[in-house]
Design a protein around this ligand. Structure first.
Ligand SMILES: NC(=O)c1ccc[n+]([C@@H]2O[C@H](COP(=O)([O-])OP(=O)(O)OC[C@H]3O[C@@H](n4cnc5c(N)ncnc54)[C@H](OP(=O)(O)O)[C@@H]3O)[C@@H](O)[C@H]2O)c1
Length: 244
Protein backbone atom coordinates (compact mmCIF):
# COMPACT_ATOMS: atom_id res chain seq x y z
CA UNK A 1 0.00 0.00 0.00
CA UNK A 2 1.09 3.59 -0.71
CA UNK A 3 3.61 4.89 1.84
CA UNK A 4 3.48 1.68 3.89
CA UNK A 5 5.66 -0.68 1.89
CA UNK A 6 9.17 -1.14 3.31
CA UNK A 7 8.53 1.21 6.21
CA UNK A 8 10.11 0.03 9.46
CA UNK A 9 7.42 0.07 12.13
CA UNK A 10 8.07 -0.72 15.82
CA UNK A 11 4.98 -1.76 17.75
CA UNK A 12 4.62 -2.11 21.52
CA UNK A 13 1.86 -4.21 23.02
CA UNK A 14 2.19 -6.48 19.99
CA UNK A 15 1.62 -9.78 21.82
CA UNK A 16 -2.19 -9.56 21.73
CA UNK A 17 -5.24 -7.52 20.79
CA UNK A 18 -4.85 -4.29 18.81
CA UNK A 19 -1.05 -4.49 18.57
CA UNK A 20 -1.02 -8.07 17.27
CA UNK A 21 -3.69 -7.48 14.62
CA UNK A 22 -2.11 -4.18 13.53
CA UNK A 23 1.31 -5.81 13.16
CA UNK A 24 -0.20 -8.48 10.91
CA UNK A 25 -2.11 -5.97 8.79
CA UNK A 26 0.88 -3.65 8.33
CA UNK A 27 3.11 -6.60 7.42
CA UNK A 28 0.51 -7.82 4.92
CA UNK A 29 0.72 -4.36 3.32
CA UNK A 30 4.48 -4.57 2.93
CA UNK A 31 5.78 -2.92 6.11
CA UNK A 32 8.68 -4.34 8.08
CA UNK A 33 7.34 -4.78 11.60
CA UNK A 34 9.26 -5.08 14.86
CA UNK A 35 7.08 -6.45 17.65
CA UNK A 36 7.63 -5.74 21.34
CA UNK A 37 5.95 -6.92 24.55
CA UNK A 38 6.87 -9.02 27.59
CA UNK A 39 5.29 -12.35 26.54
CA UNK A 40 7.94 -13.45 24.04
CA UNK A 41 6.43 -16.87 23.33
CA UNK A 42 3.41 -15.11 21.88
CA UNK A 43 5.58 -12.69 19.91
CA UNK A 44 7.56 -15.59 18.47
CA UNK A 45 4.37 -17.28 17.26
CA UNK A 46 2.99 -14.06 15.71
CA UNK A 47 6.29 -13.38 13.92
CA UNK A 48 6.27 -16.95 12.60
CA UNK A 49 2.73 -16.42 11.25
CA UNK A 50 3.83 -13.19 9.52
CA UNK A 51 6.83 -14.97 7.98
CA UNK A 52 4.56 -17.77 6.75
CA UNK A 53 2.44 -15.13 4.99
CA UNK A 54 5.58 -13.78 3.26
CA UNK A 55 6.00 -10.76 5.54
CA UNK A 56 9.06 -9.29 7.26
CA UNK A 57 9.00 -9.22 11.06
CA UNK A 58 11.24 -9.52 14.11
CA UNK A 59 10.48 -9.39 17.81
CA UNK A 60 12.23 -8.32 20.97
CA UNK A 61 11.17 -8.50 24.60
CA UNK A 62 10.43 -5.06 26.03
CA UNK A 63 9.00 -3.70 29.24
CA UNK A 64 7.83 -0.24 28.21
CA UNK A 65 8.05 1.04 31.78
CA UNK A 66 11.83 0.61 31.66
CA UNK A 67 13.51 3.47 29.76
CA UNK A 68 16.66 1.51 28.91
CA UNK A 69 14.63 -1.50 27.77
CA UNK A 70 12.56 0.70 25.50
CA UNK A 71 15.69 2.33 24.09
CA UNK A 72 17.15 -1.11 23.39
CA UNK A 73 13.93 -2.15 21.62
CA UNK A 74 13.87 0.86 19.30
CA UNK A 75 17.61 0.64 18.62
CA UNK A 76 17.17 -3.06 17.83
CA UNK A 77 14.75 -2.05 15.06
CA UNK A 78 17.15 0.61 13.77
CA UNK A 79 20.23 -1.63 13.87
CA UNK A 80 18.41 -4.51 12.20
CA UNK A 81 16.67 -2.53 9.42
CA UNK A 82 18.61 0.76 9.16
CA UNK A 83 15.87 3.20 10.16
CA UNK A 84 12.69 3.59 12.20
CA UNK A 85 9.81 5.14 10.27
CA UNK A 86 6.94 4.61 12.71
CA UNK A 87 6.68 3.90 16.42
CA UNK A 88 3.26 2.61 17.48
CA UNK A 89 3.19 3.26 21.25
CA UNK A 90 0.32 0.92 21.94
CA UNK A 91 1.06 -1.07 25.14
CA UNK A 92 -1.49 -0.41 27.86
CA UNK A 93 -3.20 -1.79 30.95
CA UNK A 94 -6.62 -1.08 32.44
CA UNK A 95 -7.21 -2.39 35.97
CA UNK A 96 -10.41 -0.41 36.52
CA UNK A 97 -11.62 0.26 40.09
CA UNK A 98 -13.39 3.02 42.00
CA UNK A 99 -10.97 5.43 43.66
CA UNK A 100 -12.21 4.50 47.13
CA UNK A 101 -11.01 0.93 46.61
CA UNK A 102 -7.53 2.51 47.00
CA UNK A 103 -5.84 0.21 44.51
CA UNK A 104 -2.82 2.47 44.75
CA UNK A 105 -0.38 -0.02 43.22
CA UNK A 106 -2.66 -0.46 40.22
CA UNK A 107 -2.74 3.36 39.86
CA UNK A 108 1.06 3.29 39.69
CA UNK A 109 1.05 0.47 37.15
CA UNK A 110 -1.36 2.35 34.87
CA UNK A 111 0.71 5.53 35.13
CA UNK A 112 3.92 3.59 34.48
CA UNK A 113 2.70 1.58 31.49
CA UNK A 114 0.26 4.00 29.88
CA UNK A 115 2.13 7.30 30.40
CA UNK A 116 5.80 6.48 31.05
CA UNK A 117 5.60 3.76 28.38
CA UNK A 118 4.63 6.34 25.76
CA UNK A 119 7.21 8.86 27.01
CA UNK A 120 9.91 6.18 26.94
CA UNK A 121 8.96 5.41 23.35
CA UNK A 122 9.25 9.07 22.43
CA UNK A 123 12.59 9.41 24.24
CA UNK A 124 13.94 6.37 22.42
CA UNK A 125 12.64 7.25 18.97
CA UNK A 126 12.64 11.04 18.68
CA UNK A 127 16.43 11.48 18.28
CA UNK A 128 16.44 8.78 15.57
CA UNK A 129 13.56 10.37 13.67
CA UNK A 130 15.02 13.88 14.02
CA UNK A 131 18.33 12.60 12.59
CA UNK A 132 16.42 10.94 9.72
CA UNK A 133 14.40 14.11 9.12
CA UNK A 134 11.17 12.10 9.16
CA UNK A 135 9.10 9.68 11.18
CA UNK A 136 5.71 9.10 12.76
CA UNK A 137 4.53 8.40 16.28
CA UNK A 138 1.18 6.71 16.65
CA UNK A 139 0.04 6.68 20.26
CA UNK A 140 -2.92 4.63 21.48
CA UNK A 141 -5.11 6.76 23.71
CA UNK A 142 -8.74 5.75 24.18
CA UNK A 143 -12.26 7.04 24.19
CA UNK A 144 -11.21 7.42 27.85
CA UNK A 145 -9.07 10.36 26.65
CA UNK A 146 -12.31 12.18 25.84
CA UNK A 147 -14.63 11.17 28.69
CA UNK A 148 -14.45 9.78 32.22
CA UNK A 149 -16.55 6.94 33.63
CA UNK A 150 -16.84 5.67 37.21
CA UNK A 151 -14.05 3.11 37.93
CA UNK A 152 -12.03 4.72 35.12
CA UNK A 153 -10.65 7.85 36.82
CA UNK A 154 -6.99 6.82 36.77
CA UNK A 155 -7.14 4.94 33.46
CA UNK A 156 -8.85 7.92 31.81
CA UNK A 157 -6.30 10.27 33.40
CA UNK A 158 -3.49 8.28 31.79
CA UNK A 159 -5.22 8.44 28.42
CA UNK A 160 -5.89 12.20 28.73
CA UNK A 161 -2.14 12.41 29.33
CA UNK A 162 -1.38 10.39 26.19
CA UNK A 163 -3.61 12.80 24.26
CA UNK A 164 -1.82 15.85 25.72
CA UNK A 165 1.68 14.45 25.16
CA UNK A 166 0.81 13.59 21.55
CA UNK A 167 -0.64 17.05 20.91
CA UNK A 168 2.44 18.72 22.41
CA UNK A 169 4.75 16.57 20.29
CA UNK A 170 2.71 17.40 17.20
CA UNK A 171 2.97 21.14 17.81
CA UNK A 172 6.73 20.93 18.32
CA UNK A 173 7.45 18.74 15.28
CA UNK A 174 7.71 20.11 11.77
CA UNK A 175 9.01 16.90 10.17
CA UNK A 176 7.57 14.17 12.38
CA UNK A 177 3.95 13.10 12.11
CA UNK A 178 1.96 12.42 15.27
CA UNK A 179 -1.26 10.43 15.37
CA UNK A 180 -3.45 9.75 18.40
CA UNK A 181 -5.75 6.75 18.01
CA UNK A 182 -8.68 6.64 20.41
CA UNK A 183 -10.53 3.33 20.27
CA UNK A 184 -13.96 2.87 21.78
CA UNK A 185 -14.66 -0.55 23.25
CA UNK A 186 -12.72 -3.35 21.54
CA UNK A 187 -12.88 -7.05 22.41
CA UNK A 188 -9.34 -7.84 23.61
CA UNK A 189 -7.61 -9.08 26.77
CA UNK A 190 -7.57 -5.51 28.14
CA UNK A 191 -9.11 -5.47 31.61
CA UNK A 192 -8.17 -9.07 32.42
CA UNK A 193 -6.10 -7.50 35.21
CA UNK A 194 -9.17 -6.01 36.95
CA UNK A 195 -9.23 -7.13 40.60
CA UNK A 196 -12.28 -5.20 41.79
CA UNK A 197 -15.64 -6.97 41.42
CA UNK A 198 -17.85 -3.98 40.50
CA UNK A 199 -15.38 -2.95 37.81
CA UNK A 200 -15.50 -6.45 36.30
CA UNK A 201 -19.27 -5.93 35.94
CA UNK A 202 -18.74 -2.48 34.39
CA UNK A 203 -16.41 -3.97 31.79
CA UNK A 204 -18.80 -6.82 31.03
CA UNK A 205 -21.55 -4.25 30.48
CA UNK A 206 -19.35 -2.08 28.22
CA UNK A 207 -18.16 -5.10 26.18
CA UNK A 208 -21.73 -6.01 25.16
CA UNK A 209 -21.08 -3.82 22.13
CA UNK A 210 -17.46 -4.06 21.04
CA UNK A 211 -15.37 -3.76 17.92
CA UNK A 212 -12.85 -6.36 16.87
CA UNK A 213 -9.21 -5.17 16.84
CA UNK A 214 -9.03 -5.09 13.03
CA UNK A 215 -11.15 -1.91 13.10
CA UNK A 216 -8.32 -0.13 14.92
CA UNK A 217 -5.65 -1.78 12.78
CA UNK A 218 -7.27 -0.32 9.66
CA UNK A 219 -7.22 3.15 11.24
CA UNK A 220 -3.48 2.79 11.93
CA UNK A 221 -2.92 1.63 8.34
CA UNK A 222 -4.83 4.68 7.08
CA UNK A 223 -2.73 7.09 9.17
CA UNK A 224 0.56 5.51 8.05
CA UNK A 225 -0.44 5.36 4.38
CA UNK A 226 -1.09 9.08 3.90
CA UNK A 227 1.48 11.10 1.94
CA UNK A 228 4.37 12.49 4.02
CA UNK A 229 2.94 16.02 4.02
CA UNK A 230 -0.37 14.79 5.47
CA UNK A 231 -0.44 14.33 9.24
CA UNK A 232 -3.56 12.54 10.46
CA UNK A 233 -3.54 13.79 14.02
CA UNK A 234 -6.49 12.14 15.62
CA UNK A 235 -8.81 9.22 15.00
CA UNK A 236 -11.68 8.09 17.21
CA UNK A 237 -13.13 4.68 16.30
CA UNK A 238 -16.29 3.59 18.09
CA UNK A 239 -18.76 0.76 17.56
CA UNK A 240 -21.66 2.30 15.62
CA UNK A 241 -24.21 1.20 18.22
CA UNK A 242 -22.24 2.46 21.20
CA UNK A 243 -23.04 5.68 23.04
CA UNK A 244 -19.49 5.65 24.47
N1 LIG B 1 -9.67 -2.89 24.14
C1 LIG B 1 -10.24 -1.72 24.28
O1 LIG B 1 -11.49 -1.62 24.48
C2 LIG B 1 -9.44 -0.45 24.22
C3 LIG B 1 -10.12 0.77 24.14
C4 LIG B 1 -9.38 1.94 24.12
C5 LIG B 1 -8.00 1.90 24.18
N2 LIG B 1 -7.36 0.70 24.25
C6 LIG B 1 -5.91 0.71 24.32
O2 LIG B 1 -5.37 -0.11 23.30
C7 LIG B 1 -4.06 -0.53 23.67
C8 LIG B 1 -3.91 -2.01 23.37
O3 LIG B 1 -4.75 -2.74 24.24
P1 LIG B 1 -5.61 -4.01 23.77
O4 LIG B 1 -7.03 -3.64 23.88
O5 LIG B 1 -5.07 -4.55 22.53
O6 LIG B 1 -5.33 -4.98 25.02
P2 LIG B 1 -4.40 -6.26 25.24
O7 LIG B 1 -4.77 -7.34 24.28
O8 LIG B 1 -4.46 -6.54 26.69
O9 LIG B 1 -2.96 -5.72 24.84
C9 LIG B 1 -2.17 -4.97 25.72
C10 LIG B 1 -0.73 -5.12 25.27
O10 LIG B 1 0.11 -4.30 26.12
C11 LIG B 1 1.24 -5.07 26.48
N3 LIG B 1 1.81 -4.59 27.73
C12 LIG B 1 1.20 -4.41 28.92
N4 LIG B 1 2.10 -4.00 29.85
C13 LIG B 1 3.29 -3.92 29.22
C14 LIG B 1 4.61 -3.55 29.62
N5 LIG B 1 4.88 -3.19 30.88
N6 LIG B 1 5.60 -3.58 28.70
C15 LIG B 1 5.35 -3.97 27.43
N7 LIG B 1 4.13 -4.32 26.98
C16 LIG B 1 3.12 -4.29 27.87
C17 LIG B 1 0.75 -6.50 26.55
O11 LIG B 1 1.82 -7.39 26.33
P3 LIG B 1 2.59 -8.26 27.43
O12 LIG B 1 1.62 -8.55 28.55
O13 LIG B 1 3.02 -9.47 26.66
O14 LIG B 1 3.75 -7.40 27.85
C18 LIG B 1 -0.21 -6.54 25.37
O15 LIG B 1 0.50 -6.87 24.21
C19 LIG B 1 -3.88 -0.13 25.13
O16 LIG B 1 -3.11 1.05 25.21
C20 LIG B 1 -5.30 0.15 25.59
O17 LIG B 1 -5.34 1.04 26.67
C21 LIG B 1 -8.04 -0.47 24.25
Amino acid sequence: MFNVENKVIAITGASSGIGEVTAKLLAKNGATVVLGARRTQRLEKIVEEIHNQGGTAEFKAVDVTNREDMKAFIHFAKDRFGRVDVIFNNAGVMPLAPLNALKVEEWDTMINVNIHGVLNGIAAGLPIMEAQGSGQFINTASIGAHMVVPTGAVYCATKYAVWAISEGLRQESKKIRVTTISPGVVATELGSDITEESAKDTLKELRQIALTPDAIARAVLYAVSQPDDVDVNEIIVRPTKSAF
